[in-house]
Design a protein around this ligand. Structure first.
Ligand code: 4AD
Ligand code: MG
Length: 493
């Protein structure tokens, strides 16, 4: 290492500092090491500017390389996407838009990125294009901002429940039950699919499978969560759930994360109170802790909306929308009231809805939910007391015998973000309901046992984590708020 100077040796033993710290905390004049990926390089006659990002913040640090400091050979390899280590002194910025910049003393290319092949250019790419290179998406401003907000929200989820004394419970990913009864499950098996063992009747013989029964990926941790709540009082789950529903919408994933609290000694009112407090808390947490990223995403959204016709543009900025949710009470409306509103609404009368609302008992589609939230009430809405027929078997039957203590929370731009209910805690009523819904009671004895031994009023809900991230980031397609979206036909990486 004949060319290594004393200064470089000194730097070699120094630790790198994250760019977020350099930009906000490190002292002007200090010697530092920066490591990250090159976003842009701009050269003039006497100086080269290198913008580097390491994912710790939306902002880049600008490295200033005076002529002759770094060899031409190294400078040539410093291209967009390459990973680099820069050493030098922090100086007050001359105009990079930041407090400080780096007066570069040494530069090392750690990993080259062939400019002819690297798919990301220093320009705006479409979200659709970026979905095709999801393995490189986090290198962009938009996705790194979303990933940091997603992280902050998930931390806030745990903090909210931990501070309230809930126990984080890990419910199984592989189950033998269909909690929602919708039959939209991915099978789990280690059978040789080309040679399936059959019973004498010619059916697949699951008794020879790994678990000696038919199993699938869970659609919800709720049923197991109820076992926890009826012992620990208050639990929550936060894990991946899987649904093989073939709905190619901007709101559905085949693999999504769900937060499911379950509370003993709690009725539907308590459930709504906790859900509303929860959504406000995590939104406020993002406002408090993700300012730079939210400001960036707010600008992105505003740019996107410029391409929309005037009447489809939002009159609030992203941060105003988040503040609105935090500062206003959610409107609580019964299903029956909602049906009346929808029946008499303009789009229903003018036959503008794809599904017209004709009578009580109709299932609500997202067009109806969004009408209520965005046009009629103009704020988040909690709908409750739905017809028993259109909701899951475990919801508590009301005295009227035809509605259940269900609640859905509907958000502007999103539709349903939370679904929950008070649970049927009466053994006989639950058993009867399971018969009506064709749920095999022998296989669900473990669930029924909670109603047999020390049963108790209890409630819970499920919040779709990606729908929450969608709302907070102002993104419009759910595929853009999870690192590796799983949708029909997509599981490449
Ligand atoms: O309304 P859902 O189906 O309710 C349940 O699964 C209950 N077991 C929850 C409970 O009471 N513990 O789903 C809950 C939420 C929805 O409101 C929605 O936000 C989200 O999960 N969700 C999805 N998110 C993304 N992709 C999908 N395919 C989703 N399906 C539901
Ligand atoms: Mg639902």
């Amino acid at each position: 290492m004949a060319f290594t100077t004393f200064a470089a040796l000194n730097f070699a033993s120094m630790k790198r500092t994250k760019i977020k710290v350099l930009l906000h905390e490190s002292e002007v004049g200090s010697s530092v090491v920066v490591k990250g990926w090159v976003r842009t390089k701009r050269a003039s006659k006497n100086v080269t500017f290198i913008n580097v990002n390491d994912g710790s913040t939306i902002h880049n640090i600008q490295g200033v390389v005076e002529a002759g400091i770094v060899s031409e050979d190294v400078l040539k390899k410093i291209t967009t996407g390459a990973s680099v280590a820069l050493t030098g002194k922090l100086i007050e910025s001359q105009g990079s838009g930041q407090r400080v910049e780096l007066q570069v003393e040494t530069a090392t290319v750690l990993g080259e990125a062939d400019p002819d092949e690297y798919p990301l250019q220093p320009k705006r790419h479409s979200l659709e294009f970026l979905r095709e290179i999801a393995h490189l998406r986090p290198r962009t401003n938009t996705f790194s901002a979303i990933m940091r907000v997603r992280h902050a929200l998930s931390f806030a989820v745990h903090k909210f429940f931990n501070d309230k004394g809930f126990v984080y419970m890990n419910t199984p990913i592989i189950t033998a039950s269909d909690a929602e009864g919708a039959g939209e499950m991915f099978h789990v098996t280690n059978f040789d699919l080309k040679n399936l063992p059959k019973t004498e009747e010619g059916e697949i013989d699951y008794s020879q499978d790994f678990f000696e029964r038919e199993t699938n990926l869970t659609v919800s941790g709720q049923l197991e969560g109820e076992l926890g709540a009826t012992a620990l009082s208050e639990i929550y789950t936060f894990g991946p759930t899987f649904r093989a529903e073939n709905s190619n919408t901007s709101r559905h994933l085949a693999e999504f994360w769900m937060i499911e609290p379950e509370m003993a000694f709690a009725d539907l009112q308590d459930n709504m109170d906790v859900a509303e407090e929860f959504l406000k808390y995590v939104t406020q947490y993002a406002l408090d802790n993700c300012k730079d990223d939210l400001e960036f995403l707010q600008k992105r959204l505003a740019d996107e909306e410029k391409n929309k016709p005037q009447n489809e543009r939002s009159d609030m900025s992203l941060i105003e929308k988040l503040e609105f949710v935090v500062n206003n009470e959610f409107k609580r409306v019964s299903y029956t009231e909602a049906i009346d509103i929808l029946k008499n609404s303009k789009p229903n009368k003018k036959k503008k809805f794809n599904y017209l609302i004709e009578e009580w008992g109709a299932d609500l589609q997202s067009e109806h939910e969004r009408f209520l939230v965005e046009k009629h009430f103009g704020c988040p809405v909690i709908l409750y007391d739905y017809p028993a027929k259109i909701k899951a078997f475990y919801m508590r039957l009301n005295e009227d015998g035809k509605t259940v203590r269900a609640m859905d929370i509907l958000f502007p731009g999103i539709g349903e973000i939370v679904g929950g209910s008070q649970r049927e805690e009466r053994y006989d009523v639950l058993l009867e309901k399971m018969k009506q819904f064709d749920i095999p009671e022998e296989e669900m004895y473990w669930y029924l046992d909670t109603r047999k031994f020390g049963t108790v009023e209890h409630s819970g809900f499920g919040a779709g984590f990606e729908r929450l991230v969608l709302f907070v980031t102002g993104m419009t397609n759910i595929r853009d708020v999870i690192p590796f979206p799983r949708t029909p036909g997509n599981a490449a990486f």
